[in-house]
Design a protein around this ligand. Structure first.
Ligand SMILES: [Zn+2]
Ligand SMILES: [Zn+2]
Length: 147
C-alpha cells in the first residue's frame, strides 16, 4: 500500500466526483480504511471508527464504495469479506489471514514475477494474480501449539 493519506484524499475526491455527499460516516469509514491499510472486515472497520455509527451503515457504505471503485473487496476463501482502499499507486500485496480471529496481515513479498512471465509465455496479456496464506496468528496460538 502506498501513502495512506494519499489513498484517503483520493477516495474522498472520488466520492465527491461521483456526486456523493461526504457525510460524517462516509468520512470516518474512509479514514478508518486508510489507517488500517489492510483488508479489514466490516466489523474491524466499525471498531476502528472515530465516531459512532451503526454497523448497518458501515456495511452499506462499504458496498457503495465498492460499487464506485473506491475499495477492493477481498474474498480470501474463508467465508469472510474484507475491504481495502484501492491503492492509488496500483501496487498489490499478499496477506496472511488468521483462521481464528480472521485478522489479515500484509506479507512483504511477491513470489510471482516468474509465474506471471510463465503465464505471459502462453500468450496471455494483462495478467494479475491473487495469493493468500492462512494460519493461526501468534495471539490466537495456544501456548505449546506447534508451528
Ligand atoms: Zn488470530
Ligand atoms: Zn504478487
Amino acid at each position: 500500500m502506498g501513502d495512506p493519506h494519499k489513498a484517503e484524499k483520493i477516495a474522498l475526491e472520488a466520492l465527491r466526483g461521483a456526486g456523493m455527499r461526504v457525510t460524517r460516516p462516509r468520512r470516518w469509514i474512509i479514514a478508518a480504511l486508510a489507517r488500517l491499510a489492510i483488508p479489514a472486515s466490516s466489523r474491524e472497520i466499525h471498531d476502528a471508527l472515530e465516531g459512532g455509527c451503526d454497523p448497518v451503515t458501515v456495511y452499506r457504505c462499504l458496498t457503495e464504495f465498492e460499487r464506485l471503485g473506491l475499495v477492493h473487496r477481498h474474498e480470501f476463501g474463508d467465508g469472510g469479506t474484507r475491504y481495502q482502499l484501492v491503492d492509488p499507486d496500483g501496487g498489490h500485496a499478499h496477506y496472511i489471514v488468521c483462521r481464528r480471529c480472521q485478522h489479515a496481515e500484509r506479507i512483504h513479498a511477491c513470489p510471482s514475477p516468474e509465474l506471471e512471465s510463465t503465464a505471459a509465455g502462453r500468450g496471455y496479456s494483462q495478467i494479475t494474480h491473487t495469493l493468500e496464506f492462512f494460519g493461526i496468528c501468534p495471539e490466537c496460538r495456544d501456548p505449546g501449539e506447534t508451528q
